[in-house]
Design a protein around this ligand. Sequence first.
Ligand code: ACO
Length: 380
Amino acid sequence: MAAWTTSSNEALTISLVRPTEDKASLGEEESYENFHPTFTYPIYGEEEKIYGYEGLTIDLRFASGSLVPYLSVNYSAKLPSTSTVDDVEGTLSQFIPSDYLTDEAAFLAQVEQDGTTFKPSGQLIHSYVRLSPLAAANGKGKAAANTQQTLDSEDANAVVYEVYHTTWDTPGFREYHRRMQLFILLYIEGGSYINEEEDSWEFAVLYEKRKRQSTPGTSTYHFVGYSSLYPFFHFPESVRLRLSQFVILPPYQRQGHGSELYDAIYNYVLSQPTITELTVEDPAEAFEDLRDRNDLKMLLSHEVFISEAFGADTLSHGGGRVGGVGRAGRSGKGGVSKSASGKMGPPVDKLWAENWRKKLKIAGRQFQRLIEILTLSKLD
Ligand code: ACO
């Protein structure tokens, strides 16, 4: 790269800073700090380059629970200030709340305070348990790791995760959202801030919950990711909920958290009588995969659907193998018996399919896609 020009993606480092107690007890201090954005073009321009500095670092830290931000811009040399030298802090500050901290001691005090005072707001809609990343890496609780669902939340190596449903009316949430929305720009291609003036937005926010070693019975909470949802009202009183933005922060990716957050939203949709379906706005490919995988798993967990789809004898002969469609059913393995006959045809019984679609509250195009994947797996 030319002298005095820095990649803004490389210069910007993000950290989610946990209270000392959490770090010390877990030995995981490295994992949540100093990761990079995927995109910075909405902030520093299409080229994602910053001009005028040598040795530039943009240290953007968040208290892991409250997401109170701290910003520190450092460099070894800067060109004399002219109109071509970029204003690193001034530019970024337009995208974060104006009361961000620049005093490191004040920030660290906030982090420690979070440990005792920060609690998520909103309504708890889903929780699940995972082996702590450190225990998993050390091979502790192997049996539990293989059957995560049987891991007890009281197990010493267990970490609980919780999803909270919020709206603009949730106390403190508007401010909280202003802190977390930056992640949309940094990680979703084409992502942009939503309009706070639109009243109807809803959110699902995922947190990690750790037991405090020093004070049994209390916990600390750490932000993992979130999704924004917009309800479209349809005459006379039904709602289509559109999933608009969805992000799991890099330290937590590829551990099944995205799937859990998606399932939490889907089950929330099922639980709300007025919501008739879940739709997704312009999904990225990685999100489409996640959606397919989870929708198929859900579909294949309905024994009645399977037996109607593939014929009455499917479950006794090939039920396990249908379940094996697993990863988006594209593996080519694990189809159902060719001799089985059912509503899947071909041709698919359209009325039957539409009834299931409505019952399961899946959007039309997505349901068609799922049926196609299942049909292909059957033809294999
Ligand atoms: N160990 C290793 N890998 C695992 C584990 C595990 N325990 N559990 C799941 N995985 C794998 C899955 O099989 C999957 O593999 P694949 O990519 O080969 O299919 C992969 O990890 C991802 O699955 P999850 O872990 O459930 O999903 P994750 O938590 O990583 O979230 C997401 C995926 C949301 C796409 C995340 O990467 C992200 O936020 N990306 C950036 C933002 C983005 O693109 N958001 C979607 C935009 S679209 C929209 O907003 C509508």
